[in-house]
Structure formats: C-alpha cells, structure tokens
Design a protein around this ligand. Structure first.
Ligand code: PEP
Length: 249
C-alpha cells in the first residue's frame, strides 16, 4: 500500500518572516495524515527547520550541487543541507533543466550524491509541449527514468519519489487530465518494473505536478497510479495548500 505524499515547492518566494508565518498556518490548521513536505528557498531553510522540528512537516530543499565542497561559487552542498536539518531534496525540476541547463547526467550525479548523504529525493521528469504534440511523451519520460536512475540500486530506490510534471502544465494553469497523467504514471511504473522488479514498481511513489489545485486534486488522486502531488503555486498559501494536504480528509 503506497502512502499519499503531497509536496510544496515554494520556488523563489518568501523572506524569513513570510516563510515562518506560512509554516505556522500549516502547522496550526493543517492535518498530517498524509506525508507532507515543503521545500522553501535555501535562505529560509534554517529558520523553517527550527519551526518544523518535532512536527510531521518534512523539510525539503529545491536543488543541490553536484559536489560536496570546493570551488563552486553560489552552489549549496548536501552537507550544508543536512547540517540545517533538511531531509529531502527536489532534483531535476523542469525549471532547473530548461533555465539552468541541467541534463539527465547532472540530475543522475545529484541523485547519487543526495543518497550518499542520506537525503531523500523527489526526482522530477516530464515532457515539453512540443514533445507531447509529437507523440513522444512516453518515450521522453521513460528515457528520463533510465538516465536519471542510472546505477541506482533497488535498495536506494526506496529513498526516491518520482514526480511526473509535464512541463506545459507547470505554472500555466493547464493540468493534464487525470487519465493522461495516469497513463504516463503507468509508463513510469512499468519502466521501474523493467529496470528493477515488480515489487519496486508496486512500491515506488509517483507524484503528479502541474497546476494542482484544491479543485482538481481529488480527481487526480483518485487515479490508481497517482500517489501524490508536487505543488508550486498552490503551495504558497495555507488556504490552497491545506485542502491539498487534506484532500482525503
Ligand atoms: C512545480 O513547480 O513543480 C509545479 C508543479 O508548479 P505549479 O503547481 O505552479 O504548476
């Protein structure tokens, strides 16, 4: 039985006081029956770590360096994240891939490094609109799974959640239909079965991301292969994130 896992990616939003006030609202008014993670920006991780300590709200980061230390100006190492109390890291987000040129190989290197330092991973994949319209969505996503998980063992896979985020649905207000999303999740699960085992395919948690809102979360989560959501815009306010956290209350 896979648990429901809802994650909020705050992207480049919120100063310390804004972040702490959102966390307080989530903790005071939300329930944590499902697995819930928030990924605030690096600059507020320490403050938020203090606020979530001892609660069920999991602290994540939005990115991480390919290196542990050294001459990498502006980068953040997994050791620094661990030091702040971060438990998980989002890797391969489409904004990292498309704006900052992250390739499957870079994402794979980051996944290995995160796991080496016992950070859980939300591994993002998804096709562009052009790829979908050319009928390539399944092929692109399957290939991202193969390349991103290269040399990752079945044991290590237990620390990885896959987030399927069609690029054309992120921040656009367009959501994949639950049927379309579930079809791709099925492809991902099948690929995990081929690369690892039937059990690994059954156990892997696959989140959907792309304009998830209180109004569409229930129908998405009703699909058999959709186990959670990676949420951007709607994670920025308690009034929209709490109904997503509690979609099955
Ligand atoms: C995201 O940033 O991963 C995302 C899915 O954003 P939004 O929910 O705003 O589409």
């Amino acid at each position: 039985m896979r648990i429901s896992y809802m994650a909020g990616n705050w992207k480049m939003n919120y100063t310390r006081s804004e972040a702490l006030s959102l966390v307080k609202e989530l903790l005071d008014n939300g329930s944590f029956k499902n697995k819930i993670l928030i990924a605030p920006p690096f600059t507020v991780l320490e403050a938020v770590a203090g606020a979530v300590k001892g609660t069920d709200l999991i602290l994540g980061a939005q990115n991480m360096s390919t290196n542990e230390s050294g001459a990498h100006t502006g980068e953040i190492s997994p050791l620094m994240l661990k030091d702040l109390g971060v438990k998980a890291v989002i890797l391969g987000h489409s904004e990292r891939r498309s704006i900052y040129g992250e390739t499957d190989k870079i994402v794979n290197t980051k996944i290995h490094l995160a796991l080496k330092h016992s950070l859980d991973v939300i591994f993002c994949i998804g096709e562009t609109l052009e790829e979908r319209e050319s009928g390539l969505a399944e092929k692109i996503v399957a290939n991202q799974v193969i390349e991103g998980l290269k040399d990752i063992s079945e044991n290590e896979l237990e620390s990885i959640t896959i987030a399927y985020e069609p690029v054309w649905a992120i921040g656009t207000g367009k959501t994949a239909t639950p049927e379309d999303a579930d079809d791709i999740h099925k492809v991902i699960r099948k690929k995990i079965g081929e690369l690892y085992s039937k059990e690994a395919a059954e156990n892997i948690i696959i989140q959907y991301g792309g304009s998830v809102k209180p109004s569409n979360v229930k129908e998405l989560m009703a699909k058999p292969n959709i186990d959670g959501a990676l949420v951007g815009g709607a994670a920025l306010k308690a009034e929209t994130f709490i109904p997503i956290m509690e979609y099955n209350k």
